[in-house]
Write a protein that binds this ligand. Structure first.
Ligand SMILES: [Ca+2]
Ligand SMILES: [Ca+2]
Length: 383
């Protein structure tokens, strides 16, 4: 016995979820239909050594540091939930680079958290939960001192959550690049874990060893200090990937990151006709749909990798029609649906989740399979 899927629209349109019940289902039993698998993060790439880059075709680009001082952070990133949790103790050390020291000294003083912003070993700057940024200094393993900024949020249980609150900007030609220390470790070159936003977008991709700018592909390296990066034209096999052409939805595809090994590209920023990408197999990492103030996130689900051949163009069909997949069980003649395990699934198996601002409220309709008559109906709230 398989549940009957209702197929309806995404975002702002009522969703109907129905279960056909047959006499066989009068018995208790479980019906699991979907397994959610999140893609593992890519492993970090190597560091950039300016000496080995000189004379090898790499072009250097300066970066400007920017401490951010309002909320929210201006760029959406794949790792934006990453935080360092600080608990109360006599000696608090924040795990940021401080050459020769285990970290940055801090003091937990009642409602306040004080940090040593000038690296003299004494906490000197008080962070309140209402204050978003704290300019401070870090000392890298090689002794270079760099600017940095964090934000601190006080948790309900007396802990503090610390997160980077700064970024670094530069350009390739006329294209703006924004680098983000997204794993909040004070180093800017963690490929796959840090992030970069390229072009006219507020969405960042995982830091990638190949980027697209000015309609071309470049290899990328970045100094761990976040003060410069290098590019070099990508000269291996290239194809075209177009994630917009055959994407159907009543909203904009605002963010669409696909990965091939340690290369991450945001296909939502592609011009009409698609984006040049290294030939190979591309998997969906993260995305977002937007219509007005309504948004929802996209994850891989069962979306299969897209093959891009050298010189070829791939444009997978995805998006609507959208269906709901869910788990239910029948106990004592009643249908029980686990609202925490209802997946909104797109045409190619991709999943849509985290709908904002309002929750989705599918109408639930239970039918008797034999007679086709409605047995019950109601409304379920999905956040
Ligand atoms: Ca100090
Ligand atoms: Ca980092």
């Amino acid at each position: 016995m398989r549940p009957h899927w209702s197929v309806l629209a995404l975002l702002g349109v009522a969703l109907l979820l129905s279960v056909a019940v047959s006499p066989a289902l009068a018995q208790d039993g479980n019906n699991t239909t979907t397994v959610v698998e999140d893609k593992d993060k890519a492993t970090p790439g190597g560091d950039a050594d300016p000496k080995t880059l000189e004379g090898d075709g790499w072009e250097v680009h300066p970066l400007s540091f920017k401490a951010h001082d309002t909320r929210p952070f201006p760029y959406a990133t794949p790792g934006e939930g990453y935080t360092i949790t600080v608990v109360k103790s006599d000696e608090v050390v924040l795990p940021f680079p401080n050459a020769g020291q285990p970290g940055i000294a801090a003091k937990y003083d009642g409602d306040y958290l004080m940090v040593d912003s000038n690296l003299d070993g004494k906490p000197d700057t008080t962070l309140k939960s209402a204050i978003s940024a704290s300019p401070m200094q870090l000392s890298l393993p090689d002794g270079r001192k760099i600017p940095y900024a964090i934000r601190a949020d006080k948790g309900n249980s007396g802990t503090w959550a610390i997160q980077r609150n700064c970024y670094a900007t530069g350009t390739v030609g006329k294209t703006k690049l924004v680098f983000i220390d997204d794993n909040s470790n004070g180093l800017w070159n963690d490929f796959g874990q840090d992030a970069v936003a390229i072009g006219n977008t507020t969405y960042a991709s995982p830091l990638s060893d190949v980027i697209q700018a000015e309609g071309k592909l470049f290899r990328l390296k970045i100094d761990q200090a976040g003060n410069q990066f290098w590019t070099k034209p990508y000269e291996e096999a290239v194809g075209t990937l177009d994630m917009k052409k055959n994407f159907k939805a009543n909203c904009d595809l605002a963010w669409c990151v696909l990965a091939n090994g340690s290369t991450f590209l945001d296909l939502a920023t592609a011009a009409k006709g698609g984006m040049p990408v290294p030939a190979g197999s591309w998997s969906l990492v993260i995305g977002e749909l937007r219509r007005g103030k309504m948004t929802c996130r996209i994850r891989q689900g069962k979306f299969e990798s897209v093959a891009v051949e050298a010189g070829g163009t791939a444009a997978p069909e995805w998006g609507m029609e959208v269906k709901l997949e869910f788990t239910y069980e029948v106990r004592e003649g009643q249908v029980h649906i686990d609202s925490g395990n209802v997946n909104v699934v797109g045409h190619a198996g991709e999943q849509y989740h985290t709908f904002k601002p309002q929750a989705i409220t599918p109408r639930v309709q239970v039918k008797d399979k034999a007679s086709g008559k409605d047995v019950n109906r109601g409304t379920m709230c999905l956040s």
